[in-house]
Design a protein around this ligand. Structure first.
Ligand SMILES: [Zn+2]
Length: 540
């Protein structure tokens, strides 16, 4: 789409040599970081840079190299985009692949390198790879923690088992933050990280305090285009353990309120399908142990990205990554699992047979920000209770539920004011009209697509027919009323209902959905909610 912002910057890849020479490597060592002989096949930062430059030069039409920022010590956080028409931001599902949050987990770098080779070298010869590169935009961040990875190589007899980044902490000589405890979703909530700077799992003084996680956040945020996150699936490579893990890490509950039932089922189905391909063990992340502030919890909790942690490689007696002869077989066995996830990014819910419902032209469970605009024309007249997206508090009036406190899916809805307030009338809709407009929805030309949504409209007996909840479809060929519920002089309790309308008159064009609620005429107690707005796929 034309309004997509370009995020790619052409990159200076090989400033590495001069940069490394100037870097503070820590007390008492002047050695260049290198792997011990048993691990010589692993890539140092400089070797990674050289290999990426070679891949980029060999495949300029489908590979673009860039950086998402710099590490604490100033190393580039190297990244690549792989797609056909790679210089253009096309309207294709996007996938994020990253590696090496933890300095002592070098296999992740080898897997991200294997990934770019799989995609770039297989393009044009492997039918699956070619189809996926043509129909996806794949982002790879190779090594998120280059400082920790370099420092890990400086042990007296090999590795020094360095997990964190190399950022100093105030008022202590203890160095480093565990990058995979530094993300801003339920950060530090649940005993899955440490507040002590000397701990291996130190979460940092605040979310995204590490430049490396801040860089990932900025990059992922930049993929919100037209109000909608473009990245649909993500995989982060760690080692060791041979597991496929899905969110959440912060809780042992399979499906807490901040995960919808459809999403939970899709996570399990996709995770198991990946595990069937790489022979790993699939499980919820917290089944391994509780983590809070990790990447996949944030990618899903905030951005609704189907995100997996993969622990590469069998456990070793030393705890170090295995010798380099393991790199080829271990990355090889992960190829089809990775390709499966990239494929699923087109419709993650296909894994549970929900393509028609959840993978049409639009699906919004309202759990994440997706570009709805309140008061889009600047003409709303309501003085309280404007549409807001969030977790609505239940509100009771005269023994009846006026505002539901539970959502049809997840926890969040669009509501005419989210708060309950001490008196039932304090936070309802008042003074006139509030409206909210969906992002633009491109309808395919096929007949049989339906707009469906859940709604609730409630009012006290002081209402009248001048109060309403109204839903309209707007397109180039005009408007169509979908729902028009009026108030009356009798109490109407809240209840979730479903509306559905065929969109054949709009097929092939762009539409928006306008939702309006009003407390007009005499002031009355009025509450409206909407959830799960979908345009379903055409059914035969
Ligand atoms: Zn790790």
């Amino acid at each position: 789409m034309a309004d997509h912002r370009p995020v790619i910057r052409r990159v200076l890849l090989v400033t590495t040599v001069g940069l490394l020479a100037a870097l503070p490597f820590g007390a008492g060592t002047a050695r260049a970081a290198d792997f011990p002989p048993s691990h010589a096949g692993y890539h140092t930062d400089a070797e990674l840079a050289a290999e990426l430059a070679a891949v980029g030069a060999a495949h300029p039409d489908i590979v673009q190299l860039f950086t998402i920022g710099r590490s604490y010590q100033g190393r580039p956080l190297r990244a690549a985009k792989v797609s056909d028409n790679v210089a253009v931001d096309e309207a294709e599902p996007e996938v994020l692949i990253d590696g090496v949050h933890h300095g002592n987990e070098h296999l992740g770098a080898e897997m991200t390198l294997a990934a770019i080779h799989l995609l770039a070298d297989g393009y044009g010869s492997d039918a699956t790879v070619t189809r996926l590169v043509d129909s996806r935009e794949i982002w790879i961040v190779f090594v998120l923690n280059p400082d920790g990875a370099a420092y890990d190589l400086l042990g007296a007899k090999g590795f020094r088992d360095w997990r964190k980044n190399r950022q100093p902490n105030s008022n202590t000589t203890a160095v480093g933050t565990d990058l995979n405890r530094n993300y801003g979703y339920r950060w530090g909530c649940c005993g899955g990280s440490s507040g002590r700077p000397s701990s291996r799992t130190y979460r940092g003084p605040r979310p995204f305090s590490a430049p490396e996680t801040a860089a990932i956040r900025a990059f992922v945020d930049s993929r919100v285009v037209g109000g909608r996150q473009q990245i649909k699936a993500a995989i982060t490579y760690h080692s060791l353990g041979r597991q496929v893990l899905w969110p959440y890490g912060y809780t042992k509950t399979d499906r807490p309120a901040d995960m919808t039932a459809d999403d939970q089922r899709a996570f399990v189905a996709i995770g198991r399908a990946m595990a069937a391909r790489n022979g790993y063990r699939p499980m919820q992340s917290s089944s391994l142990y509780i983590t809070d502030g990790d990447e996949i919890d944030w990618l899903y909790g905030v951005h609704r990205i189907f995100s997996f942690t993969v622990e590469l490689g069998a456990r070793t007696a030393s705890g170090d990554d295995p010798p380099d002869d393991v790199i080829e077989p271990e990355t090889r066995r992960n190829r089809t699992a990775l390709l499966h996830l990239i494929d699923r990014a087109g419709c993650p819910w296909a894994a549970i047979g929900r393509e028609v419902e959840n993978c049409g032209a639009f699906y919004d469970d309202l759990e994440a920000r997706t570009g709805w605009r309140v008061n889009p024309d600047g003409t709303d007249t309501a003085i309280r209770g404007a549409w807001a997206r969030g977790n609505a508090a239940p509100t009771w009036y005269a023994g009846s539920l006026i505002q539901p406190g539970t959502a049809p899916s997840g926890t969040r809805v669009l509501a005419t004011g989210l708060a309950a307030g001490k008196t039932a009338s304090a936070n309802d809709l008042d003074g006139g009209l509030t409206s909210v407009l969906s992002p633009s929805i491109d309808l395919p030309a096929a007949a049989g697509q339906r707009l469906t949504f859940r709604w609730s409209f409630a009012h006290a007996a002081n209402s009248s027919p001048s109060d309403f909840l109204r839903v309209t479809v707007e397109g180039p060929s005009g408007r169509a009323a979908v729902l028009d519920v009026r108030g009356s002089a009798a109490l109407r309790a809240a209840a979730w209902r479903t509306a559905s309308v065929l969109l054949d008159g709009f097929a092939g064009g762009a539409i928006r959905v306008r939702i309006e609620a009003a407390d007009a005429g005499r002031a009355s107690l009025v509450e409206a909610q909407v959830d799960d707005v979908r345009v379903t796929r055409p059914t035969p």
